[in-house]
Design a binder for this molecule. Structure first.
Ligand SMILES: NC(=O)c1ccc[n+]([C@@H]2O[C@H](COP(=O)([O-])OP(=O)(O)OC[C@H]3O[C@@H](n4cnc5c(N)ncnc54)[C@H](O)[C@@H]3O)[C@@H](O)[C@H]2O)c1
Length: 262
């Protein structure tokens, strides 16, 4: 899929992996529509990137909020004539909690809902709402490609640690839905790819204690360090450009297999 002269919708585009992706696709000629809760950061980035970028304040766990942003993006696409070429569903949260704690209290259902509503429901809802624009976009190249959907899972999809039931459930589900999504969309020339990163530097991982971070880095085989958001963004770019990547989950993890506990 071509990057330049196409519009890419990026949730979580105001920080971390989503922001690095937005910068990279923009640097390669894309128009970027950034959807995020964080309007301060979103507005700053858009004024830095200029006329090929738009920001919409969105809560991906709220269907109407996504609808407003997609309507706004659709109107922008009409103005620019740059069809939507892809979605990167990057908005995500973690909220650790044991399924049952030392006081014999089960995890609050509100914690489970919070994580699933953003990481899973929010991912599917965003994709669902962007798709009508993608299925009717101009196709391109010898394969007649219309676009690509990129989702973000995590190492926790495969080897979630203690206290990660909700997060692992959300990311495992994202990994699992990749193939059926690709199958549903093949007739439109739209692909689906999920990237499953291990530890990457971002606002999310800034909150981890240095002890936890060190322990995670030690669980990496090589290199023994956190990934950089730009390294993640390069895999997104390849996933957009390489038409043979479809229906698959790419682990980006320095061969890390997370241990049960840190
Ligand atoms: N950084 C890592 O080590 C790592 C590892 C594996 C997976 N991931 C996943 O990568 C994705 C990006 O995370 P990151 O590390 O860049 O974190 P980050 O905190 O830097 O960025 C996440 C962005 O999502 C936005 N967001 C959160 N809730 C939202 C909501 N309800 N609606 C709209 N936007 C919302 C935040 O405002 C933020 O800008 C997440 O899905 C995360 O689970 C990250």
């Amino acid at each position: 899929m071509k990057i330049a002269e196409r519009t890419y919708v990026i949730s979580g585009g105001a920080s971390g992996l989503g922001l690095a992706t937005a910068r990279d696709l923009h640097a390669h000629g894309a128009y970027v529509s950034l959807l995020d809760l964080n309007s301060d950061s979103g507005s700053k980035i858009v004024s830095e990137l200029g006329s090929r970028a738009k920001f919409f304040e969105v809560d991906v766990s709220d269907t109407d909020s996504i609808a407003e942003a997609i309507k706004g993006t659709g109107a922008w696409v009409k103005e620019t004539g740059k069809d939507i070429g892809g979605v990167v569903a990057g908005a995500g949260v973690g909220l650790p909690g044991l399924i049952i704690d030392k006081k014999n209290e089960p995890i609050p259902i509100s914690s489970i809902d919070f994580v699933l509503n953003i990481n899973l429901r929010g991912t599917l809802d965003l994709i669902r709402q962007v798709l009508p624009y993608m299925t009717t976009a101009n196709h391109e190249g010898p394969d007649g490609e219309r676009g690509v959907i990129i989702m973000i899972a995590s190492s926790a999809a495969f080897d979630g640690q203690m206290g990660q039931v909700a997060y692992a459930a959300s990311k495992g589900a994202v990994a699992s839905l990749t193939l059926p999504l690709a199958r549903d969309l093949s007739k439109y020339g739209i692909r689906a790819v999920t990237i499953a990163p291990a530890l990457f530097d971002s606002n999310m991982t800034k909150m981890l204690s240095s002890k936890v971070k060190l322990s995670l880095m030690n669980a990496m085989e090589f290199p023994k360090r956190a990934g950089q958001p730009e390294e993640f963004a390069r895999v997104v770019r390849d996933s957009v450009e390489n038409s043979m990547l479809n229906g698959t989950v790419i682990r980006l993890d320095g061969a890390m297999r997370m241990p049960a506990r840190l």
